[in-house]
Design a protein around this ligand. Structure first.
Ligand code: PRP
Length: 193
């Protein structure tokens, strides 16, 4: 396959919202900002599974070298009741961390998207309650139009409109995570209008 063919947009994608070049440039800029802020601390960088994995892998490589080094861990967060009459409670699941690992540490939570804000707010609250010395959150994307709880990331790469976006870690039904760009999914692919 030629390079040109490999770079074709996926047929289910209506529009490329953020190209791989735009992503790389912005992620590098935010990573340098974070590295400067953590110049005298060793951040405990906690990625949320699974959407943040692609972003986090690019982010930490652009943060290197943080003078004190950094530690990478992961946590799973799931929403229950979102979109129903219930509260949209966020439950934390599988993690590579114990509460003891967090005490006294400077936690940097890595999210792919802040949508309603419930997951991000729950994660920050959780790590603070574990005795972290500080907790900050970096998100690749934010959809302010969808916010249900007041939450703003400490570091943000891009604000996006209220459209169904996939790629660079974000999925629909576990598909499209490996696309190298952020694209708008065609409505007929997710039953939208
Ligand atoms: C997505 C995303 C965030 C969360 C944001 O995770 O990765 O963690 O939803 O939504 P909120 O602001 O409304 O809480 P998802 O549950 O889809 O899992 P995934 O990362 O494995 O795709």
């Amino acid at each position: 396959m030629t390079v040109a063919a490999q770079q074709q947009t996926h047929p289910d994608v209506d529009e490329v919202l953020l190209s791989s070049t735009q992503l790389a440039e912005r992620v590098a800029k935010v990573a340098r900002e974070i590295a400067a802020d953590y110049a005298d601390r060793q951040p405990l960088v906690v990625g949320t599974l699974k959407g943040a994995v692609v972003f986090m892998s690019d982010l930490v490589r652009e943060m290197d070298p943080v003078p004190e080094g950094l530690q990478m861990e992961f946590v799973r967060a799931s929403s229950y009741g979102a979109g129903t009459a219930s509260s949209g409670k966020v439950v934390l699941g599988a993690t590579t961390l114990s509460e003891a690992d967090v005490a006294g540490r400077h936690v940097l939570v890595v999210e792919d998207i802040v949508d309603t804000g419930r997951t991000a707010a729950r994660l920050v609250e959780h790590f603070a309650s574990c005795g972290a010395a500080s907790v900050k959150l970096v998100s690749l994307l934010s959809k302010p139009a969808r916010r249900e709880v007041a939450f703003e990331p400490d570091y943000l790469c891009f604000e996006v409109p209220d459209r169904f976006v996939v790629g660079y870690g974000l999925d629909f039904d576990e598909r499209y995570r490996s696309l190298p760009y952020i694209g708008v999914l065609r409505p007929e692919c997710y039953g939208g209008h």
